[in-house]
Design a protein around this ligand. Sequence first.
Ligand code: S3P
Length: 426
Amino acid sequence: MKKMTVFPKSHFIFETDEIASDKSISHRCAIFSLLAQETSYIRNFLRAEDTLCTLNIVQLLGATVKDDNKEIQIIPPSKIIEPPCILDCGNSGTAIRLLMGFLSAQEGFFVLHGDKYLANRPMKRVANPLRDIGANIDGRKDGELAPIGIRGKKLSSFAYTSPIASAQVKSALILAGLSSEGVCTFSEPELSRDHTENMLRGMGVDIKTEGTTVVLNPPKEKLKPLDITVPNDPSSGFFFAVAAAITPNSRVVLKNMLLNKTRIEAYKVLEKMGVNIEYKQKESSYESVGDIIIEGPLTLNSTVVETNIAWLIDELPALSIAFACAKGKSLVKNAQELRVKESDRISSVVNNLKLCGISVDEFEDGYEVEGGELKSATINSFGDHRIAMSFAIAGLKCGMHIQDTACIDTSFPNFIALLSQIGNVE
Ligand code: S3P
């Protein structure tokens, strides 16, 4: 089993353009290129286990991929091929759920599967609304768990109101709706990340957002190809933002980051806690991009996180490390979605913080952390990349042994190399 030890560090100055490329956008680049009429050009595609699995699937579905290490070209097939094998989505909920939507509307038989963690994550949130518009989807536990089998067919248009704010559910439905014949509307309780809408709009689709409702007018023809430089991932960059936040007199500069407002809410929470953060926007296409500068304050204040949860759901494990170093009690509410991520992240965070000597109360939809003195411990990642990286950052404060770190490669293969530029890692 891969493991690592991080040693304490007093203060540091760190500037990087090497934060992993955005995972959400990279998955979408690969999948959406199948919808285009011509070759898509993608620079800075995330070369991590999950997104490379998606690129492999796109090839199994008939695309030709040319890669000169600087730019990936994806030449779409004229018609999706029925693959002779299962489609392995690795650890990625985004890949499996978006592909469920896309493949439900394609002719052929497809089987989607993933690793042991993905095979236990809920799929009915996508399978049920797709079945309602005619999709032929099945899987273990009546379509709740992978492997998921799909016999694609023509689907009806829809007006669907989702009980959860989820970009994966929204994107799956939009991908299914693209080949339907009438206007499709999708509503959710809070706006989730909107890359699918932004990128499809860039590809020429008539898709509008009205509050928390998306209105899609299905195109009559294939789409314009993508020509995109994927920005760096603010969720991956956030580990280093927390590193600065918990280390007085430190400064971190993250370059060429995605600045979409549905993705930088956790940085806003750090600001509320007393961290000085500056955003320097640059020119960009599809999405807003720029540099983020974070300066470690002398003290961190506690806070409450209970709104816009979908905008910071992936950053909550790292944010919890900042809570553990803050003055007073910080509360997370309305975050029950954390229970069905790569691990049950409420339980992973709570149990590991307790091992580090921090007092934490666990609720069904969140937790309360009493800031205190983090102590060195041996923690389990539960096979979850964001848990492993969050506690590695805590190690800069107090030293930390992290077990089962291979999962980091699913999203951020150069994480340890970057962390080694700040502190000592073994
Ligand atoms: C993602 C959406 C979020 C997020 C995940 C990536 C996406 O999941 O947690 O890491 O790329 O659409 P949900 O949409 O299920 O909340």
